[in-house]
Design a protein around this ligand. Structure first.
Ligand code: DC
Length: 235
């Protein structure tokens, strides 16, 4: 059975991770949340007062950062561990969201994360979500989608998500964070967020999560069928 890499890129709060997770579960693929890795680096920098303008300090910090994902049967999801500690809920907090774009714009940080992401998906059979998966991490991914949605709708989704975790935040504050992140993510010099030439654009503004998963499964099956008919068996 052929296995492919599915790259899910796009703006934050478009439903990328929930969709990618659902698709991975249905296909029996691994799901890798690359945003969680940048968030974990941001948490480490925050906790250890790493000056992001100091390249030596950044390089040294990166040597001491070990990120792994571990399956938690209780929550039925992969959770993020930073140097052996479960940081899954901490990295989702607003103070991390407010700093992560600055940290993920640093080239040394990106180089280290991209290398690890490429190692993780060597055997294919992976759904990976992020900002540069189709453009930089896996330019040869068999299926690439680029998700977008209206900022106001993304902010409302994010607010509901945060509220479910007990974080009651103003819609304007969230919208402001989303706009700032969009700006930094799309204008940074190293691997800016952009749609790969061969990625399919999906606007999720008026789609349900189930609808998004269904759409991707449809695309994945079509891609797999094409591969099975046209390519020699993979090893
Ligand atoms: O997907 P997320 O919101 O958890 O991502 C957090 C931040 O990490 C996002 O603002 C940009 C950055 N990021 C990135 O630069 N490259 C990736 N592949 C994934 C995330």
């Amino acid at each position: 059975m052929h296995k492919i890499i599915i790259a899910v890129d796009g703006y934050s709060s478009c439903g990328k991770s929930t969709t990618a997770k659902g698709v991975a579960a249905q296909l029996g693929y691994a799901y890798i949340d690359t945003g969680a890795m940048y968030r974990a680096v941001t948490l480490y920098f925050h906790q250890n007062h790493v000056a992001i303008t100091n390249p030596k300090a950044v390089a040294k910090a990166l040597e001491n950062i070990h990120i792994v994902f571990q399956w938690n049967p209780a929550t039925s999801q992969n959770e993020t561990y930073l140097n052996g500690l479960n940081v899954e809920s901490e990295i989702r907090k607003m103070y991390i969201a407010n700093q992560v774009s600055q940290v993920s714009a640093i080239s040394e940080v990106r180089r280290a994360m991209v290398a690890q992401q490429q190692r993780m998906a060597k055997a294919r059979g992976v759904v990976m979500d992020g900002r540069d998966i189709g453009t930089v991490v896996f330019p040869d991914a068999e299926l690439k989608v680029f998700m977008t949605a209206q900022p106001q709708i993304r902010a409302e989704r994010r607010q509901t998500e945060l509220l479910a975790k007990g974080d009651a935040l103003d819609l304007d504050e969230i919208l402001d964070n989303i706009r700032k992140r969009d700006h930094i993510d799309t204008t940074r010099q190293d691997s800016p967020l952009r749609q790969a030439d061969d990625a399919l654009l999906i606007d999720t503004s008026y789609m349900t999560l189930d609808g998004q998963i269904e759409k991707l499964i449809e695309l994945a099956r079509a891609t797999l069928a094409l591969k099975t008919h046209h390519a020699p068996a993979s090893h």
